[in-house]
Design a protein around this ligand. Structure first.
Ligand code: DHB
Length: 470
């Protein structure tokens, strides 16, 4: 919000083709806006430069999505700030793997992390990206996998290509996003500079620059999709549906046994001497490493009377010496209804968002696990389409963690709510352990009783950026 003091538009295609560098950022092409940001220190009045709808590839497929906005604070509460070397918060707004355009925005995106970042003196980039439902006049789906991650990588390359022209420190890009946007954030973090995306980037005329990001802050990432049905049944298999009924326990148990095999193959170790994490001890890993610390922090911060009331309502939690303890089974009962049926992601009817994500050409939706493909078709010899294995890898941060991708982020801030059954809590558990096992700096915390999309410690996100980029 706020008044524009200069009038500008996006760099026109004509301007871009005339210049020697079609991907040069124009530092003079901005409007000056004002906004008020609510912070833990009260409201902050921010004046910022807004660079709108900048196309980030030389050969765009759809500029509505392949463009980004840059917001640069110049004055906070009447005090001049210089953000020319500040961290750059790259905040994607993707949800549901849907198309995400910021080209029509009239100011900085509304995400709490983005606004708080601006009020903290950081540069904020709001990128658009193609998404799964986009279809052209010939009926071709042009936003299916791996379009969204390719676009976001192209946007990162654009920023790094414009080092010194674009405000902020392009070596201190912090990616963040929620849910599908959290998945893409973890993928940006894990897959930095992987040459496996090269043909896709080249086709778009992406800048020839690094697409590595310095740090990544995914919230409730809906990722590791080809293992998500198995993981979901390991986690929520016996929880009731919202109707009160249980899902088909034969299917659930079959998937659950698949998870045991997958988990063994990851060969992950839990921190603080937990040792190897298997399907057999994952409940203990969850409880000791993530859930009890979550409940402890939540209950510890409550006023005494509120904590006492919570503990009376939840007698399955033991509170002793300032620490919460409980069992996995009681935790599952406490969470209650699971959000999704079995299988949750690669559905037999091809109705899940993820089936559409793995569409191709004029095919809207496909199976992306052999298990669902075979169950759905009744063909025990059925195989995934030949183009799929690569696309599945390109959408999965675990692939790049398993391959110890050297271009990955070394700093991570990972969050999910303990009541979020959009996917299995093991997704964050394995992302965390995988990165920790590589020696990376990982700050993972689960919000106690938090639902899908929870963000309950935004000031800590800012503190974390300052501490890792200082
Ligand atoms: C999102 C949520 C889901 O449950 C899912 O399967 C994919 C994406 C989301 O909120 O982005």
């Amino acid at each position: 919000s706020g008044a524009a003091s200069t009038s500008t538009g996006a760099v026109s295609a004509a301007t871009r083709t005339k210049g020697s560098d079609p991907l040069a950022f124009d530092p003079a092409n901005y409007t000056t806006l004002t906004t008020t940001v609510a912070t833990s220190d009260g409201d902050k009045a921010v004046t910022y430069r807004f660079f709108k709808a900048v196309t980030y590839v030389a050969d765009p497929v759809d500029v509505t999505y392949q463009s980004l906005n840059v917001s640069v604070p110049v004055e906070i509460d009447g005090k001049a700030v210089d953000a020319s070397h500040a961290p750059i918060v790259f905040s994607n707004a993707v949800g549901g793997y849907m198309p995400s355009s910021t080209a029509g925005n009239t100011g900085i995106g509304q995400g709490v992390n983005a606004k708080l970042s601006l009020a903290s003196g950081f540069v904020v980039v709001d990128p658009g990206a193609r998404g799964r439902t986009l279809v052209d006049t010939a009926g071709v789906y042009y936003g299916v996998a791996p379009a969204a991650i390719v676009d976001l990588k192209a946007a990162i390359r654009y920023l790094r290509h414009n080092k010194g022209r674009v405000p902020g420190d392009t070596d201190r890009i912090v990616a963040t996003g929620v849910s599908a946007g959290g998945a893409l954030t973890s993928l940006l973090g894990a897959s930095g500079d992987s040459d496996r995306y090269a043909p896709y980037l080249q086709e778009l005329g992406a800048a020839d620059a690094s697409d590595a990001v310095f740090a990544a802050a995914p919230y409730c990432p809906i990722t590791d999709l080809e293992h998500a049905d198995m993981a979901y049944e390991w986690n929520w298999g016996t929880n009731p549906l919202p109707t009160g009924a249980q899902v088909d326990q034969t299917l659930s148990k079959e998937l659950r046994s698949g998870f045991a095999e997958y988990q063994a193959s990851l060969n992950l170790r839990g921190k603080n001497g937990f040792g190897r994490i298997t399907a057999r001890n994952y409940d203990a890993y969850m409880v000791k490493t993530h859930l009890e610390p979550s409940a402890t922090r939540y209950l510890g911060a409550l006023p005494d009377a509120d904590r006492a009331a919570y503990l009376t309502a939840n007698p399955w939690i033991t509170w002793s010496g300032g620490r919460a303890s409980f069992g996995w089974g009681d935790f599952l009962t406490h969470v209650g209804a699971r959000k999704k049926n079995v299988p949750s992601f690669d559905t037999f009817t091809l109705a899940a968002p993820e089936n559409n994500l793995f569409g191709v050409a004029t095919t809207k939706a496909r199976h992306f696990t052999q298990w669902s493909l075979r169950k759905a078709t009744g063909d025990d010899g059925a195989r995934l389409d030949a183009d799929l294995p690569e696309k599945i890898d390109l959408m999965n941060p675990m692939y790049f963690i398993e391959h110890q991708n050297p271009g990955r982020s070394r700093h991570w801030f990972i969050r999910v709510g303990t009541k979020d059954s959009d996917t299995s809590l093991t997704v964050v558990g394995n992302l965390t352990a995988g990165l920790e096992n590589l020696g990376d700096d990982v700050d993972t915390y689960m919000y106690w009783d938090g639902g899908h999309g929870a963000n309950q410690d935004a000031p800590d996100f800012i503190t974390w950026i300052r501490s890792v980029s200082g």
